[in-house]
Design a protein around this ligand. Sequence first.
Ligand code: SAH
Length: 357
Amino acid sequence: MNIKPLRILELTFAGLTAELKQRYGKGKYHAAAVYREVYRNGNSDFSGAYEFSKSKKFLSELEKDLVFDPGPVVRTKKEGDLVKFITRLEDGLEIESVIIPMATHKTICVSTQIGCRMGCSFCETAQLGFRRSLTVAEIVGQVYSAKFVFDLEVRNIVFMGMGEPLDNFENLIQAILVMQDPRGLDIALSHMTVSTVGKVEGIRRLAALNWPRLNLAISLNAPNNRIRSKIMPANLTDSMDRIKSALLKYPLKKKGTFFIEYVLIKDVNDSHKHAHELAQFLKPLPTKLNLIPYNPRSNSPFKPPSDEDLDRFRGWLVDEKLFVRRRSAKGRDILAGCGQLGNRQVLRLPDKENRMK
Ligand code: SAH
């Protein structure tokens, strides 16, 4: 007898088919029905599907083993049409995800861990410390909820929520495989972006998968190792030079680019000299740079840049022939902006500093 639960949110169509075969001697026909009901129709009760009308015994066995667990969405916060939603997990911990309105579609910003162990000094999530990595079902569940609880056409996914995706490598990869399954959520690899502090081992493992269509973003945030190591301790292990050589070997698609995230922090990384150093560093790499205004975290030692600071820095980079986009400060007011995810409640810490009531 099989006692291991069959977690539908962790399985590709091929994976589910293999499980049905091994466990019950069934196959594609029923897997297709389950997959369609769950992922296409948002219907976790597939007992009404015609494929099961003549296999009631199998249906009841399957219903016993199958686990469907996106977790309840327990709170939402809105700013304009940007939504932050919080999901409660089986162990009572909570995760935050953000639905970002774009011109023609929605982008979902997904968490991969509860807390984070990268320790970046400007990031709210890092201040909470690390609790645990998310399971495949918990990662996929966020996108599932965005689609069916909020009734959205989800097209893009960015792994830029809480945590470091490459610090949860296997689950991240399986979640990507599940979410891109054409019979299920059907989100193209080219519409997913993995964002990392630059964990070189993870970048190499990603490279080995040879998925040139998956987008890779590096949170660089500094023009040189001295500044970067001060604000991002991960740089002490994986310096900018190591990151650069890993990127130079990465299998990009033809005319593909890396995305570079640069959080502009007043008086830390925002001078003309910094812009020049940054441009020199990026020269050998095909990149698009996202300039993100620093969102002050709680008890922040840093100051955000003014609009003029941002425009000036951007101008210097454009003079250096870099491709630069300015990321808006959307979501700041509901603490859904970059680097603002996480609150004491999600980690069940004492309530006193809880910022999200
Ligand atoms: N750990 C991954 C995924 C998190 S993405 C990574 O670092 O890429 C979160 C993004 O928000 C990163 O680009 C990070 O540099 C940025 N960020 C963190 N704190 C921020 C803050 N206070 N204001 C603006 N951006 C921030």
